[in-house]
Design a protein around this ligand. Structure first.
Ligand code: HEC
Length: 141
């Protein structure tokens, strides 16, 4: 819940920064825009991932559904695994390379590794995501 209370403060910070520094105006406009870009891992999760993986990160299994839980998911321990899956997709999991930015992918992976009771050590950086991006496109197949 604390995050929800902090968000308006963060936005106010952007707006304040924009009013004194014109260079920040674009960021502020985007942040307060109707939908706005997904600027935090939590926002990316809520808008892009939770429809399948569920708001509580517990997934949904059985009866034709096979969305793995993140809560307590030891496969998230090594950062390379979730980076690979999010970039390339797997089974019924769509790929997000080229759809989310490297930073959004890093942020959302950091979010799932530190939410739902998870406390996995280390952080994913956008540079690590960029380094693992697939270079082969559909046309190359
Ligand atoms: C359309 C539904 C769908 C969406 C949207 C989706 N996923 Fe998945 N995800 C899946 C399915 C299905 C699997 C299991 C794939 C498999 O192993 O065959 C999966 C697997 C994963 C795994 C591997 C988990 C494990 O234990 O093996 C990770 C990590 C993951 N998703 C992260 C994400 C993130 C982060 C997002 C949002 C950016 C996301 N997913 C969005 C359906 C989805």
């Amino acid at each position: 819940m604390r995050r929800l209370f902090l968000l308006p403060a963060v936005m106010a910070g952007f707006i304040a920064a924009a009013s004194v520094t014109p260079a920040h105006a674009d960021t502020a406009t985007a942040v307060v825009g109707s939908l706005g870009p997904l600027t935090t891992g939590q926002q990316v999760y809520q808008h892009v991932c939770q429809g399948c993986h569920m708001p509580d990160g517990k997934g949904a299994m059985g009866a034709g559904a096979g969305f793995p839980a993140f809560a307590g998911d030891q496969k998230l321990l090594n950062t390379g695994y979730p980076i690979y899956i999010v970039l390339n997709g797997h089974g019924d999991m769509p790929w997000f390379s080229g759809m989310l930015s490297d930073k959004q992918i890093a942020d959302v992976i950091n979010y799932i590794r530190s939410s739902f009771g998870n406390h996995f050590p280390g952080k994913v950086t956008p540079e690590e995501v960029a380094a693992m991006k697939p270079t082969i496109t559909m046309e190359d197949n």
